[in-house]
Design a protein around this ligand. Structure first.
Ligand code: NAG
Ligand code: NAG
Ligand code: NAG
Length: 273
């Protein structure tokens, strides 16, 4: 009897806390979000599609449209909210964000497999103004801690639900192409980052889908690409950005490129079974 009353009270408290918030904020969709995806890396993962001279054109392609009850996003304040572009606007705060691969990924995945359930995206990429190197993502760094904290929060918000972090989508390395030392240490640092993250999340087989660079900010692109393709860890898939169209700034992937990339991510994930 006591247990029953206690449960009633809990349900009521949850109802009140949800009702307080505006309708597209979900403080507790425990059993809803079935599949959580972590998005990390630098500017191209954060999304610069449609950004020209620090202004986003506001154009959202059909493949990136929001699906209010199906695709949620973990906000900087750690709440599940309706996901829409630019996904990283409250995370990569020192840059103008535009279209990235995340929304396309989620929409494509829902098309491929409608039974995947509600998708929870956890944006963590930071391109900022200078880009972010792999050494800035090492265990104990600000970016690493933020990724871990947000991943754990996403999981903890799933109390009683069938929470599952399904994969990390990773797109980084452009900033490590400018000097030979960073480029030659890239493979070791990347493997260590993936391994540490899996250990700290207690998900030793967490699928990781990473992007091989098409070009970079410096001359050592091939060294970094070879490192990416040479990763010796299970459950790491590599998709290729080579050939994708760039923004007029020649620095970032354009919106159409991000659409192609998001679809590649979804197909690669779907193929993990
Ligand atoms: C962006 O800024 C540059 C330099 O100020 C200018 O030449 C160019 O026309 C601008 N482009 C757009 C699309 O506003
Ligand atoms: C934004 O810039 C401020 C001031 O330079 C810095 O302290 C902060 O870490 C930056 N945040 C991100 C996400 O880049
Ligand atoms: C974005 O990705 C493209 C393709 O890999 C690459 O050429 C470019 O350097 C990247 N931009 C930044 C700023 O990292």
């Amino acid at each position: 009897m006591l247990v029953f009353l206690w449960l009633m009270l809990l349900a009521y408290a949850e109802f009140v806390s949800t009702a307080d918030l505006n309708s597209n904020v979900y403080s507790s969709p425990p059993s809803q979000v079935r599949s959580i995806f972590l998005l990390a890396g630098q500017s191209n993962m954060s999304g610069r599609g449609g950004v020209i001279n620090s202004t986003w054109d506001g154009i959202v392609p059909i493949q990136s449209q929001p699906k209010p009850s199906k695709i949620l996003r973990l906000s900087a304040g750690l709440q599940w909210v309706e996901a829409n572009e630019p996904l990283h606007r409250d995370i990569d705060v020192n840059a103008t964000c535009g279209v990235g691969p995340g929304m396309v990924f989620a929409n494509t995945l829902l098309n491929i497999n409608p039974r995947i359930g509600v998708i929870g995206l956890v944006p963590c990429a930071v391109g900022s103004r200078m880009g972010t190197k792999i050494s800035q993502w090492g265990r104990g760094t600000y970016l690493y801690n933020q990724l871990l904290r947000r991943a754990k929060a996403a999981a903890a918000l799933q109390v009683g639900g069938r929470f599952r972090i399904r994969a990390l989508l990773w797109y980084q390395g452009e900033s490590d192409t400018t000097n030979p030392q960073d480029a030659s240490l890239y493979k070791m640092r990347l493997e260590r980052f993936f391994t540490n993250l899996r250990v700290d999340l207690k998900l030793p087989a967490l699928p990781i889908i990473q992007v091989a660079l098409a070009s970079g900010q410096g001359p050592f692109v091939d060294t970094v690409r070879q490192a990416q393709f040479g990763i010796h860890l299970r459950n790491v898939k590599t998709i290729d950005a080579r050939g994708l169209p760039m923004q007029p700034d020649n620095l970032h992937l354009s919106t159409p490129a991000q659409v192609q990339l998001g679809e590649k991510f979804a197909k690669a994930f779907a193929a993990t079974g």
